[in-house]
Design a protein around this ligand. Structure first.
Ligand SMILES: [Zn+2]
Ligand SMILES: [Zn+2]
Length: 388
């Protein structure tokens, strides 16, 4: 039926459908938040548009169950295109929220709707982070099994609702409730008590995160070694001889980290090449890469403050002299590291003959070896600098 219909005193004109006139975008689009996981953004997007998360699956042409968590791991192209089209969020921005194809993939918590006691769930959270969010959301880093604490709030993560003990299941939420409410019992996860974790275990957590950031992007044999050692952490800690890190609940992994933090760093640094062992050992002992850099900066500061005879600098920077100074400072740092290591060994009653790292450290702190091992830098576009 087209055209005009003439009635008694007025005309009825058939127009295009409303949906054909307005944009084909959804009424509300929301921007992803820092480090937000795709499923978290999808749940917020659904609720903002007045659709319960469970029903939103059919809007995307998907089945029920862990539909959004599965998209985190594998986002079909047609779904990514649809989301971009309906929200005007850039394709790359959407892809960055997924957990696909990254070096951390072997450390991802497995998708599991119902988790028995001591078994992992698919998602962790920090109640204080959720409480501090203007719009509570779930972070990508909470999907990693080697992350057990919140660096900002200095507490352990949680992986269950403290009221009903079920895991996070917003994908099953049938009400228009934000995702910080338990989908099973309605408990506000922001009110969950802080989970305790020792300072040493938090430092180990941070060190492991730093090592993953430094080593995993290389995709080298060293990176694979790090992943394998992290997965074997429960065995190294004597927690369980049958499970890998990804299968354990967050509370069991916290116990695992607390045990490992009290032991020798050999579980992560032993029996590998000297450079890798030294890097891992230095970061583990310092409690992270940043504290290690801070220690080095302090050392440089003290070195600069020490009285030295004044002399005029030659025209242009003497790179060779600077490099020699750098080597000397690094060697002093090595001596300090060795002293810390000896103290650590003494505190933990680790025999020198049992600790292969001693050999590595002793070799590195020898100043002659430092000079021999490290090559001098080459001046860009010219010949190598002469020794100062
Ligand atoms: Zn937090
Ligand atoms: Zn609950």
């Amino acid at each position: 039926m087209n055209g005009q219909v003439t009635g008694a005193g007025f005309n009825i004109e058939l127009r295009e459908r409303y949906g054909n006139l307005v944009s084909d975008r959804w009424p509300v689009s929301i921007d992803p938040l820092p480090d937000e996981l795709l499923s978290s953004w999808l749940h917020r997007l659904a609720i903002a548009n007045g659709i319960a998360p469970r029903s939103f699956a059919s809007v995307l042409g998907l089945g029920v169950g862990m539909w959004s968590s599965r998209l985190d791991l594998a986002l079909p192209r047609h779904v990514a295109v649809l989301l971009g089209h309906r929200t005007a969020i850039a394709h790359d921005t959407i892809l960055k929220m997924t957990m696909t194809g990254g070096a951390l993939a072997p450390l991802l918590l497995p998708l599991r709707e119902n988790a028995r006691r001591n078994r992992s769930t698919w998602m962790q959270y920090c109640p204080s982070c959720l409480a501090g969010d203007a719009m509570p959301y779930f972070r990508r880093k909470w999907r990693i099994a080697s992350r057990v604490s919140c660096f900002e709030h200095r507490c352990g993560l949680r992986d269950r609702c403290p009221a009903c003990r079920s895991g996070i299941a917003t994908f099953n939420q049938t009400e228009l409730l934000p995702q910080h409410y338990c989908a099973k019992c309605g408990f506000d996860l922001r009110a969950a008590p802080k989970a305790s974790i020792s300072v040493a275990a938090r430092q180990l957590d941070r060190s492991v995160a730093d090592l993953c950031r430094l080593e995993l992007p290389t995709g080298s044999r060293t990176a694979k070694d790090l992943i394998a050692r992290l997965l074997r952490a429960p065995v190294s800690a004597g927690i369980s001889f049958a499970k890998t890190l990804t299968t354990l609940s967050t509370s069991a992994r916290v116990r695992c980290f607390e045990q490992l933090a009290a032991d020798s760093p050999d579980w992560l640094a032993g029996n590998t090449d000297a450079a890798t062992a030294y890097r891992r050992w230095a970061i583990l002992v310092a409690g992270g890469h940043e504290p290690l850099i801070a220690r080095f900066a302090n050392l440089l500061e003290k070195h600069q403050e020490s009285p030295r005879p004044k002399r005029s600098s030659p025209a242009g920077a003497d790179r060779a002299a600077l490099f020699e100074a750098y080597l000397r400072v690094m060697c002093v740092e090595g001596v300090r590291a060795q002293r810390d290591h000896v103290e650590y060994r003494h505190q933990h009653q680790i025999g020198e003959s049992d600790d292969k790292r001693c050999v590595i450290v002793d070799r590195r702190v020898n100043s002659a070896d430092c000079a021999d091992t490290v090559r001098r830098p080459t001046v860009s576009g010219g010949a190598p600098d002469k020794p100062g």
